[in-house]
Design a protein around this ligand. Sequence first.
Ligand code: C2E
Ligand code: MG
Ligand code: MG
Ligand code: MG
Length: 276
Amino acid sequence: QAKAKGRNTYHFYSQDLDEAANERLYIENELRIAIKAQQFTLYYQPQVNSESGEVLGYEALIRWFHPSEGNIPPSKFIPIAEATGLIVELGAWVLEEACHFSRRLKAAGKTANISINLSARQFKDAQLISTLSDIIHRTGMEPTLLHLELTESMLMGDVEAAIIQLRDIKALGVSLSIDDFGTGYSSLSYIKRFPVDILKIDRSFVKDIPEDPNDMEITAAIIAMAQKLNLQVIAEGVETEAQMAFLAKNNCYIVQGYYYSPPLSEAEILRFAPAM
Ligand code: C2E
Ligand code: MG
Ligand code: MG
Ligand code: MG
């Protein structure tokens, strides 16, 4: 009985593995086509000052509208782009497109920061600084409006190399954020050494406010720590007024999430965003 069941389980398990491997392969092939066929677009999610309602910036989030599969979410294809190295080319496209968007925003009288997610592979790429400075110069992007989002795991490992790379990025005039803060493995003693400007509190801590007292304690502690280290703090995934109010009460005034707005197309932003 047990053996038969075990075999069955194994059978299903290996079938699942096959399916997962096939899907990966399919997405990898489609990714190569998609880059050439320009099936990607960027959406932008407002980062809002909850006290004034002012839009301080936008986070660029990639969207893939596949001709037959429809929308394929980043959680499905970014890890594959990362594993295959395709992310370097795709990421350079994201950077360039977001910088062009920034110029169009400015031309429309709506100057704001633009945050861009960097992948581990891009961050470690020896060409990153020259790619960045090339894109900044070619697009006429104002570098002080450009924010790059990294995660803790990208900074651990070779900490000294990471610090040098961070300094070189900052030397271009660009700001740095730590994304999904609190979910990685970075130790607090390192955070102090990294020349970063902004901590983004991960959505997982915000999600269950005001029901989960632990999450509220952690969130308040991250905000307090950020203040002590002179870092700005942005809360991700703010969906309710109660979450926004808790954050404001604890001195976090910059919020991003469905409560204010989902990621929007450029057309929506140019139509609706108030001029600043
Ligand atoms: P992230 O950088 O942490 O981005 C935030 C994610 O949370 C986005 O998902 C956003 O749409 C979603 N979100 C925003 N507000 C809310 C909310 O109130 N509630 C909920 N439930 N979700 C919210 P998205 O666009 O699917 O992106 C997922 C992840 O994919 C991003 O997480 C980022 O790690 C990665 N990603 C997206 N675009 C790029 C890119 O251009 N390059 C790289 N390397 N990674 C990207
Ligand atoms: Mg991000
Ligand atoms: Mg995040
Ligand atoms: Mg996240």
